[in-house]
Design a binder for this molecule. Structure first.
Ligand code: ADP
Length: 504
């Protein structure tokens, strides 16, 4: 089976969040199950700079399509490349006018969305859909797996081909975060070259605007998201971001599959970024990583301090606005905080101020840094993830693997992966962390206090660490679930006769 995996980030080449880790972990796991996977990403400078063995494939088709319209996009072509250390073939969509810009793939230097993001990601959708119609005559996907709104137009274009009686691949769309929807002014619709009648409440229209996320939810054959709980939450008004009605309508096509952890990168027994390595049978070295973390974050080198770690984008979603409000008690109880993050300037400033207010007890690094992220995950005792909503969450999964007890809010993937240290759960040996409900300083404090209480019981603490470290959230399991969906989709489809587009 051939699967085209359409996304915008790929670790370690380009990453702004968990999506990059998923793109690095899931496709290789699918390949070990026998799936012939290729990726398609925009040719962002970070990817072009590292690409090897580039081979021109084709220019994107222009001119009227079978349904009578065509996207009005700048000239673009697809190139097949390999990336160092990444075994799967990658198609890069080259359109210098759209992608040759340094920095963040979505935002300009002013921190705002690029003004032409509708065109930039429509082109990605168009490239994905036309690869599905034979753009590369040597490789045609049976299934196109699209990720987040950036790839949201793939299912729409595929559906347009299908309605024009072309044989098409099946499409599956994975929602990594429903809050980012790809909303654009209605006027942008005309240049997409989709059937004019689709700018409608039953199509891509979302309260007068154009929504790439809605396009994907409307037109994909199957929809997944990254945890079973989040799959349920997004069908409710509270968390549906205005799309809950459509998601309820498509409930039979919607499911949740948990993300995995890439064992090559996040494994305390082999992690080359750590000063000391350890595993669940030999936890002593974790103390050396804790000491190193305290040094890195200019915290007092106290072995008995309960160190709370944070590695996060600093956005409202992550619930970290609660943290400054509980710091006084946390520090007074002898705790410390090591926070690595970047994002909202006001939150960044709040944490910089906290580090000044609590010298030696609160250490803050503003920025994005892979080495420091591993230092926090390994060296902290507790990993804080108090999110308002969390589709899956990876940091709590990394923390579990590293014997760092996650302290999380009971939402989305956090609820699916962390078991609270209640007395019952401790007694039956299922506890792996601390879970709280109420999104408030008091809610967070209740869990922080329980963390201090358990920390005074070292044997029980170690048992909880070991339980978390023994769990495996692996990509193979996730890949098996996705493969089952691909297979069910494929059995519904007839063989594909390619449309033939122009040569390179
Ligand atoms: P999201 O995708 O919403 O940002 P996830 O928990 O799914 O949240 O994934 C976050 C990923 O980004 C993890 O791999 C985490 O280690 C990493 N990360 C987040 N912030 C930073 C940072 N400041 N420095 C390094 N890595 C970070």
């Amino acid at each position: 089976m051939k699967v085209l995996y359409v996304c915008t980030e790929l670790f370690p080449f380009l990453k702004t969040g968990g999506l990059a880790d998923v793109s690095a972990g899931l496709p290789p796991a699918l390949r070990t199950l026998g799936v012939d996977v290729r990726l398609l990403l925009p040719a962002f400078p970070a990817l072009i700079a590292q690409a090897l063995a580039m081979q021109a494939v084709a220019r994107l088709p222009e001119g009227k399509m079978p349904w009578g319209a065509a996207p009005a996009l700048p000239p673009a072509s697809v190139t097949l490349v390999t990336l160092p250390g990444f075994d799967l073939p990658v198609y890069l969509l080259q359109a210098p006018a759209l992608y040759e810009r340094q920095g963040n793939p979505y935002l300009g230097p002013d921190g705002k969305d690029w003004h032409d993001n509708a065109r930039r990601f429509a082109a990605l959708g168009w490239a994905g859909a036309t690869l599905g119609q034979g753009l590369d005559p040597h490789w045609m996907p049976d299934v196109i797996h699209c990720h987040d709104w950036h790839a949201g137009l793939v299912p729409a274009y595929v559906r347009a081909f299908a309605q024009a009686r072309q044989a098409t691949p099946a499409t599956i769309f994975t929602i990594h975060n429903l809050a980012y929807q790809g909303l654009f002014a209605a006027a942008e619709f005309a240049q997409l070259g989709l059937p004019a009648s689709w700018f409608d409440v039953d199509g891509l229209e979302f309260f007068g605007q154009l929504s790439f996320m809605k396009a994907a939810i409307r037109y994909a054959d199957r929809i997944t998201t990254v945890s079973p709980t989040y799959a349920g939450e997004i069908t409710t008004e509270a968390q549906g971001c205005g799309l809950d009605g459509l998601l309820r309508e498509r409930a039979n096509a919607l499911s949740g599959i948990l993300n995995g952890v890439d064992d090559q990168i996040w494994n305390p027994g082999t992690d080359p970024l750590l000063p000391a390595r350890y595993d669940e049978t030999q936890l002593q070295n974790k103390a050396l990583d804790k000491r190193a973390l305290q040094t890195l974050f200019t915290l007092e080198p106290r072995a008995n301090a309960l160190v709370f770690g944070v590695v996060s984008r600093l956005t409202a979603q992550k619930g970290l606005h609660l943290l400054p409000q509980v710091l006084a008690e946390l520090v007074q109880r002898g705790g410390q905080v090591a926070l690595l993050g970047q994002g909202d300037p006001a939150l960044e400033q709040a944490f910089v101020d906290a580090a000044i207010r609590y010298p030696g007890q609160v250490g803050v690094r503003i920025g994005y840094d892979e080495v420091s992220a591993h230092a926090v995950v390994a060296g902290a005792d507790v990993m804080l993830v108090p999110s308002e909503f969390e589709p899956c969450g990876l940091t709590q999964l990394y923390a579990l693997r590293y014997g760092t007890l996650p302290l999380v809010r009971r939402v989305g993937g956090l609820a699916d992966t962390v078991v609270d240290c209640s007395l019952e759960n401790l007694d039956e040996g299922s506890a792996t962390g601390f879970v709280f409900d109420q999104l408030s300083p008091d809610g967070l404090l209740s869990a922080v206090r329980r963390a201090f209480a358990l920390f005074r019981r070292p044997d029980e603490w170690a048992a909880v660490q070991q339980r978390g470290m023994s769990l495996r959230f692996d990509w193979r399991t996730a890949a098996q679930h996705y493969l089952a969906i691909y297979q069910s989709l494929q059995s519904d489809k007839s063989p594909i006769n390619p449309l033939v587009f122009g040569s390179p």
